[in-house]
Unconditional design. Structure first.
Length: 151
């Protein structure tokens, strides 16, 4: 069981170091799977990523290439949640988010376009409206995640 204090702490991590993104792959034969919600945190602190994985699940990726570019760089670790696990996680921390609240709300709206119980159904059952909403959410996510000064 995760405490309210841990949820607030985790929201701070996501606000500061996290990424809430919607990714699109062009090479999928199934339109319903061309889009994926991903929540991640990249850190040089392996303990932080392990802590997140222990409490919320997901996986940890290890990035060695930063050391190859510069031996002074530390190793990087990325904790990642995908799709349903990501939206469940966002639902837990949403009340505590400050900076990435809009990204989280957009991500929840995006994931809600995937109907439950669709396993085994044909890909052509994904409606044009669902695809349009997914693409709109992806565009909004890209804009909200854009680096630099907002206008």
């Amino acid at each position: 069981m995760v405490t309210e204090a841990e949820l607030a702490y985790t929201a701070g991590i996501i606000d500061g170091e996290g990424c809430i993104g919607i990714h699109k792959t062009e090479k999928s034969a199934r339109p319903s799977q061309r889009y994926a919600l991903i929540v991640s945190v990249t850190s040089t602190n392996e303990e932080l990523c392990n802590w997140l994985q222990l409490r919320f699940g997901g996986c940890i990726n290890f990035w060695e290439e930063s050391k190859r570019r510069n031996p002074k760089h530390k190793d990087r670790y990325t904790w990642v949640l995908h799709r349903r696990k990501a939206v469940q996680f966002l639902g837990l921390i949403l009340p505590f988010l400050l900076l990435k609240k809009l990204q989280a709300e957009n991500a929840v709206a995006f994931q809600n376009t995937f109907r439950k119980g669709r396993i085994g159904r044909q890909h052509d059952e994904t409606t044009e409206k669902e695809l349009a909403v997914r693409e709109a959410c992806r565009i909004v996510a890209c804009g909200l995640n854009q680096k630099g000064v907002s206008s």
